[in-house]
Design a protein around this ligand. Structure first.
Ligand SMILES: [Zn+2]
Length: 219
């Protein structure tokens, strides 16, 4: 069954949310290079997410790919292609989470602040509670920060319908990017399954995002 490991991780997560430790940190000795549960996870770098713990994974069982937001960007795609074609994984889990910092800025705002726009500097300082120090220089890289679409909100704002919707859009974008990538097979004999979730940093629970579905609107 294609989703069997993902389903096992969801069962582990229910136990994790109740305070049961499933991941056992210990030096395991020699292990194969291929992840033993054939799983790849893309998750946000947020310090509150212990990915192995919340999914109940042990050392050697999965590839964990992390970046700001858990976005499916060019580098995440690169990792997933290597993970599947060279290291034999066949299930992908995407994890975004409540209170994510990527809800609290836009790419244009951060770039303007870094380049020296005083209004952007002030806004970013207020939003983060940290004096924002402009670098007074332009750069072509990174080409994007991938802040989440929609009306920005205060950093670490509690979960509500609006920010859950914005998280949902980006999880769907990630699933769609994988499903449409020509080098990640999602049908046929070498198919990889993809499922996306939002992790609630307050409850410890994962909630699945349906796909396909609405992707957001400027209206
Ligand atoms: Zn985050």
């Amino acid at each position: 069954m294609a989703d069997s490991v993902t389903n096992a991780c969801l069962a582990n997560n229910e136990r994790y949310a109740k305070g049961q430790a499933i991941h056992h940190p210990a030096h395991p000795g020699q292990q194969p290079i291929q992840p033993s549960r054939r799983l790849a996870v893309v998750a946000c770098m947020d310090a509150r997410l212990d990915v192995e713990d919340l999914l109940g994974l042990q050392t050697g069982e999965a590839h964990i790919i992390r970046n700001a937001g858990g976005v499916v960007n060019d580098d995440a795609i690169r990792c997933l292609i290597i993970s599947h074609h060279l290291l034999n994984t066949n299930e992908i889990i995407l994890i975004h989470h409540t209170r994510c910092g990527m809800l609290a800025f836009t790419d244009d705002l951060l770039k303007a602040g870094l380049e020296g726009d005083p209004a952007a500097e002030k806004l970013l300082g207020q939003a983060t509670g940290r004096p924002f120090m402009s670098c007074q220089a332009c750069s072509a890289t990174p080409s994007a920060f991938h802040a989440f679409r929609g009306q920005i909100e205060a950093l670490d704002a509690p979960r509500d319908d609006k920010n859950m919707e914005r998280l949902t859009w980006d999880v769907r974008r990630g699933i769609s990017s994988i499903l449409n990538h020509p080098w990640i097979p999602t049908t046929g004999p070498d198919a990889v399954s993809v499922r996306g979730f939002i992790y609630d940093v307050d409850s410890g629970k994962l909630e699945e995002v349906s796909h396909p579905g609405p992707m957001g609107s400027f209206a």
